[in-house]
Design a protein around this ligand. Structure first.
Ligand code: GUN
Ligand code: ZN
Length: 438
């Protein structure tokens, strides 16, 4: 490849946040907006981002500039909790969590014993992410190790920075979906050895949730975390009131739901707990003390009738929070839609979710949640060049609202309120064009 091919100049308006962000109150001062900028990408990494006239001086002659004037370029969107095998069941009618799992989710995930099926849906799933501007995700596979193999192979073909894991579940589900503490450990270990840190891929030890793992299995999950300190842990926590009661009956000697995971050493800075809605005060303290992380899944929480996530408590306790779709409990792959639903969930609790907090949460905030903010999440020099070109006027209504919006904040708010996949104009992964609308 010639030098010119390795250097990609991109022109447009740019918005990101300089990190690290410790206080939400300081967010607006951390926003960096460049009305007419030129970003240089070399070998998949950001080399510079400068005002256009300045950037042009450093540009070798004869290079074609990707000209996105009139569009807004933001860092690639990040989804911190999603199930790829549930792509097929989005919008399943009428049930709350435990019945929804039994009626829809478990039978669907049973199909992922078949490697070819898992490959086909993995490809479809990744295309959905990219056409929605999502370039990084923390992903649940199914219980079968081949479902994770198929997924990692597909993600490697896209060179995406994704984290994924085979589900661990050894009880309280149909037999065809169960592993054992030993087989779950062995299969996870083999997947970690093969895929963790291969290219941009990372592994997450993935106990589904406390009800479907025996104490022995949680012990084995903890052993894996100790053996491989760089790997992640992902699970569900306190999503639904019947689930919380069930956990109390299954683990009667634990203080609360989070204490089940904590007692096995499964809390920590690389541990992500989806939902975390019905928490007790003591659980918030454990989140703070252990620097554990929450994935906020607004479309799922309303769709499954689970409840309202308390972002104010998380901010007060300095708990990192990532944004997540939770497909297939969630109803949209699109993080603009998800931010719109987050606004409504928070509005119902009297919390004002500003457009800056929204865009931050979908980008740098989620990168911090995944401890990946040294690699992705903003346009700092040396970061991996995952970015999205947004069209703020993609529909007649969007155009009308854009025209009568005065400030950038207003335009961003409209984007996260009425925006959807039509607003995703281009998606770049590691400097490569990975999706073009239409
Ligand atoms: N709790 C345990 N498994 C699941 C799942 O697949 N989706 C959701 N939303 N919650 C869960
Ligand atoms: Zn989930």
């Amino acid at each position: 490849m010639s030098n010119s091919c390795e250097l990609l100049p991109v022109r447009g308006s740019f918005l990101d946040f300089s990190g690290p962000v410790e206080e939400i109150a300081e967010l607006e001062s951390k926003a960096r907006y460049l009305e007419d900028g030129l970003m240089l990408v070399r070998d998949g990494r950001i080399e510079s981002l400068l005002p256009f006239a300045e950037g042009l001086k450093a540009l070798p002659d004869g290079l074609r500039i990707r000209d996105y004037r009139g569009k807004l370029i933001v860092p690639g969107l990040i989804d911190t909790h999603i199930h790829y095998p549930q792509t097929e069941l989005v919008g399943a009618y009428g049930e709350q969590l435990l019945d929804w799992l039994n009626k829809y989710t478990f039978p669907t995930e049973g199909q992922y014993r078949d490697f070819d099926h898992a490959s086909v849906i993995s490809e479809f799933f990744l295309r959905q992410l990219l056409s929605n501007g999502t370039t990084t995700a923390l992903v649940f596979c199914a219980v079968y190790p081949q479902s994770a193999e198929a997924f990692f192979e597909a993600a490697e073909r896209q060179n995406m920075r994704v984290i994924a894991g085979k589900v661990l579940m050894d009880r309280n589900a149909p037999d065809y979906l169960l592993d054992t503490p030993q087989s779950g450990y062995d299969d996870s270990k083999a997947l970690i050895e093969k895929w963790h840190n291969r290219g941009r891929l990372l592994y997450a030890v993935t106990p589904r949730f406390a009800p479907t793992s025996s104490p022995e299995q949680l012990e084995m999950a903890s052993a894996l975390m100790k053996e491989y300190p760089g790997v992640y842990m992902q699970t569900h926590l306190s999503e639904n009131k019947s689930e919380v009661e069930w956990v109390k009956s299954l683990y009667p000697s634990n203080k609360n739901y989070l204490d089940v995971y904590a007692s096995f050493g499964l809390t920590g800075p690389r541990s992500l707990f989806a939902h975390s809605i019905h928490l007790e005060e003591a659980e918030w303290r454990v989140f703070s003390e252990t620097d554990s992380v929450i994935s906020f899944c607004p479309t799922s929480n309303t769709f499954l009738g689970s409840g309202l996530f308390n972002l104010a408590q998380a901010r007060k306790n300095k708990v990192r929070v990532g944004l997540a779709t939770d497909i297939g409990g969630g109803t949209s792959f699109n993080q603009l839609v998800t931010l719109g639903e987050a606004y409504k969930v928070l509005q119902l609790q009297g919390y004002k979710f500003t457009p800056y907090e929204a865009i931050y949460t979908a980008t740098l905030g989620s990168a911090q949640a995944l401890s990946l903010d040294d690699k992705i999440g903003n346009f700092d020099k040396g970061k991996e060049a995952d970015f999205v070109v947004l069209d703020l006027t993609s529909t007649p209504l969007a155009q009308l609202r854009y025209d009568n919006s005065k400030t950038l904040a207003e335009k961003l708010f409209v984007l996260t309120t009425i925006g959807d996949d039509r607003g995703i104009y281009r998606t770049y992964v590691s400097g490569r064009l990975a999706h073009a609308r239409g």
